[in-house]
Ligand binder design. Structure first.
Ligand code: TUI
Length: 312
């Protein structure tokens, strides 16, 4: 039933894509997800091109399964990364934080399967016209850089507006969320926050601890006024950023305060002064598990809830 075109084309067993989380989604996480039957993703984020290239090479050493690279379009070296993925023979590209239109022809000429993340119907339609193979439709329950609409409202509207497969993202952390995404017309899901606490995820243990202790109301959105809204867990940094926005601090001052903040949390484990990007589903996430356990549990729960609740 779920071996629809896109998963066959991707040669991926389960309809689960791992989110391309900046500073988080490295070869360790991506290869573990791919080896567990999902689609692992390496996040290029703002990393130097050669660092991303090495992550791709290490991933190739650790898995024979397909994996992808997420190109973060706000990055200064996005163009360089866009070319490097072609040189490295990457089979799948996801994009975030912008319109990847200008790279589509290049990627298509290399036979790359391109799956842009979109926060709106308009961008989804535009991406379909440019030749996108599928869309990751991300609601604002997601962590990190987000759009305006919720997953519940955005997914069915994009599903109706395009004829390429839709993968739902934002607010999905277990088999129930996954089943719900299918009900909305999605053919798969992208999972970020739950993979933060995967055993193979190499972020600082303090970051994982914050996710595991998070409650439903513990995320906030900063940066709405600067045009780059970002969902993070509440901490000293989020309070400072919100205060700055309230006082209409200049964008440069705001950006300076956030600079290096994700690294501080992910690498140094500074969970007060660092940026703990996480989705609203963090409150649901209770334990550290291997990627294999996460994927298996999600698949079983999804099948069970569909069986139990979809009888008329
Ligand atoms: O990209 C993400 N999530 C991210 S990127 C990131 S790194 C970063 N950190 C601080 C500030 C900005 C970036 C952390 N989390 N998710 C996918 C996503 N894409 N969400 C929203 C969008 C998006 C927004 C606007 C995609 C396209 C878009 O298009 C605007 C246009 O140019 O049409």
């Amino acid at each position: 039933m779920f071996q629809s075109n896109i998963w066959d084309r991707l040669n991926v067993k389960y309809p689960i894509v791992q989110g391309g989380m900046a500073w988080v989604a490295n070869h360790s996480l991506a290869s573990a997800v791919s080896n567990a039957g999902g689609l692992g993703i390496i996040a290029a984020a703002n990393a130097p091109t050669e660092v991303v290239r090495r992550e791709i090479q290490k991933t190739k050493e650790k898995t024979n399964r397909p994996f992808g690279v997420n190109v973060m379009l706000l990055s200064e070296n996005a163009e360089e990364v866009a070319h490097m993925v072609c040189e490295e023979g990457v089979k799948v590209v996801t994009t975030g934080a912008g319109n990847p239109g200008k790279y589509m022809e290049l990627w298509k000429s290399y036979g790359i399967i391109v799956i842009p993340v979109v926060p709106s119907v308009a961008l989804g339609k535009r991406m379909e016209r440019y030749g996108a193979d599928a869309l990751i439709v991300e609601g604002n329950e997601a962590g990190g850089h987000i759009g305006e609409l919720t997953t519940m409202t955005l997914v069915p509207q994009v599903v109706d507006a395009v004829s390429i497969p839709v993968i739902a993202a934002g607010g999905i952390g277990d088999g129930r969320g996954m089943a719900a995404a299918f009900m909305l017309g999605a053919q798969g899901v992208q999972i970020g926050t739950r993979f933060l606490v995967a055993k193979e995820c190499t972020i600082h243990p303090s970051y994982k601890e914050k996710i595991l202790r998070a409650k439903d109301i513990d995320t906030v959105v900063t940066g709405r006024s600067t045009g780059h809204p970002v969902r993070i867990l509440r901490n000293q940094l989020s309070r400072e950023l919100i205060e700055m926005e309230k006082n209409q601090a200049p964008i440069e001052v705001f950006d300076e305060a956030g600079k290096g903040a994700l690294r501080r949390a992910v690498v140094e484990g500074d969970v007060e002064r660092g940026s703990i990007m996480a989705g609203q589903i963090a409150g649901l996430i209770r334990k550290e598990q291997t990627c294999q356990e996460i994927i298996q549990e999600m698949m079983e729960q999804m099948k069970q809830v569909i069986k139990d609740r979809c009888q008329i």
